[in-house]
Design a protein around this ligand. Structure first.
Ligand SMILES: *[C@@H]1O[C@H](CO)[C@@H](O)[C@H](O)[C@H]1NC(C)=O
Ligand SMILES: *[C@@H]1O[C@H](CO)[C@@H](O)[C@H](O)[C@H]1NC(C)=O
Length: 392
């Protein structure tokens, strides 16, 4: 079922904004004892069960105004490392963009755990994926899954605009402004993957009261992007053919990876040992696009100085996109371990989050697309335990 939602009248938009700015932040969370911090939390209250049949399609009509980056001389593909680096490194000049979008999502009803009926998990996928990325994560009571913006892939489809769109969606969810999703959520957990996690840092920086807890997956304090891009060149990102484009927006600047082995080398760990080729075949066949504007604005991770609620980092130990040269063919990526790892370092972007509300887990034997690795069950259990421990 596809439900389209009318644009909210201006008055409800203002009420919606006030709703968020006036809302009380959650009270302080319990301290975690050291033995619980890294794995001994009981998993008993994690809701389980396949909720796929309880999911339905929803559409949000959202508007936003944002300060996007002026984007000059985009290369036609990512095959030329120097041209790609020059595009990413151009001086930051801002320009105002605005517009209305229909954002597709999927809403999954709570299964059995009624104590969580007022908590929504809001799942935001990464570049070249869509809502299907989260299929395995739906052991949770409720969720909304989003696909991205359409429009000019260079000047409009950028992180600042997407963050304001996310803010508008959260606003609608908080104020029950969406007819197809009737509950007014008292708590919203944002679960990001990769670019979805980068957007999360920008959302919590600009709108610190929007979200009650973040799970940042496929994310760590990255190595400089000139390092990552060296490996990504092997993925053969070039202009996507029209049938691959979101809602047939046939503009230059929507790229797709065409090298099947290259994509696996960037996003996965050891073939057949750490993941199944059956899963990867599906990943490659259904892969989505990357907008050049997204590539341009992945560079910045924001400092969320005012955000105070829980944050969990969940990333593959061998994530080549954040902890390596962008491809496992250029050396085995390793995010490190313990307090000196690139996962632990994420805390520096959350100075106001108490140490007891921040934790991380490096999922073993896994690359960037950690959800598609055999070890994903361990990562999900950890993330769910973290949420349960913090009362979600
Ligand atoms: C990345 O490449 C550099 C230079 O080629 C090499 O020294 C380094 O070990 C590689 N790093 C990883 C994590 O593979
Ligand atoms: C974030 O901001 C805080 C407070 O201004 C500062 O202490 C901290 O060093 C900043 N972190 C980063 C990574 O810039």
């Amino acid at each position: 079922m596809q439900i389209s939602i009318a644009i909210l009248p201006l008055t409800s938009r203002l009420a919606c904004a006030a709703f968020i700015s006036d809302r009380a932040l959650p009270s302080s969370v319990p301290a975690i004892s050291p033995s619980e911090r890294h794995g001994n939390i009981a998993h008993g209250h994690v809701a389980r069960g396949n909720v796929a049949s309880n999911c339905r399609d929803v559409t949000f009509t959202v508007s936003a105004t944002a300060q996007n980056q002026v984007a000059t001389s985009p290369p036609p593909n990512l095959l030329n490392l120097d041209a790609s680096l020059a595009f990413l490194a151009q001086p930051v000049e801002l320009t105002t963009v605005s517009g209305t979008q229909k954002i597709y999502g999927q809403y999954c009803e709570p299964v059995k755990d009624s104590s969580r009926a007022k908590t929504l998990q809001f799942l935001v996928h990464g570049i070249t994926y869509d809502h299907k990325y989260w299929a395995g994560f739906q052991t949770i009571p409720s969720s909304a899954l989003y696909s991205w913006v359409t429009g000019d892939p260079i000047t409009l489809v950028q992180a600042p605009y997407q963050v304001e769109l996310l803010h508008d969606i959260i606003c609608q969810l908080r104020s029950s402004a969406h007819a197809a999703i009737p509950t007014s959520w008292t708590r919203i957990i944002y679960v990001g993957h990769s670019y979805g996690s980068i957007l999360a840092t920008q959302l919590s920086s600009k709108h610190p009261k929007d979200i009650d807890g973040y799970i940042l997956s496929g994310f760590a304090v990255p190595l400089p992007n000139e390092i990552q891009l060296r490996g990504v060149v092997g993925d053969d990102y070039s202009q996507a053919s029209p049938e691959r484009l979101p809602q047939a927006v046939n503009a230059p600047g929507y790229l797709i990876s065409n090298n099947k082995k290259g994509r696996a080398d960037s996003f996965y760990s050891r073939p057949e040992v750490d993941f199944s080729s059956v899963h990867y075949d599906l990943d490659f066949d259904t892969r989505g696009t990357m907008a050049m504007g997204e590539a341009l604005t992945t560079v910045e991770i924001y400092n969320s100085t005012s955000y105070t609620s829980p944050v969990y980092v969940l990333t593959g130990q061998h994530d080549a996109m954040f902890c390596g040269n962008g491809s496992r063919t250029l050396g085995t990526p390793d995010c490190g371990s313990g307090a000196t790892s690139q996962l632990a370092a994420v805390k520096m972007f959350y100075p106001a989050v108490p140490a007891s509300s921040f934790d991380y887990y490096a999922q073993p034997n896994s690359g960037h697309t950690l959800q598609q690795h055999y070890a994903a069950v361990k990562g999900f259990a950890k993330a769910h335990a973290f949420l349960a421990y913090h009362g979600f």
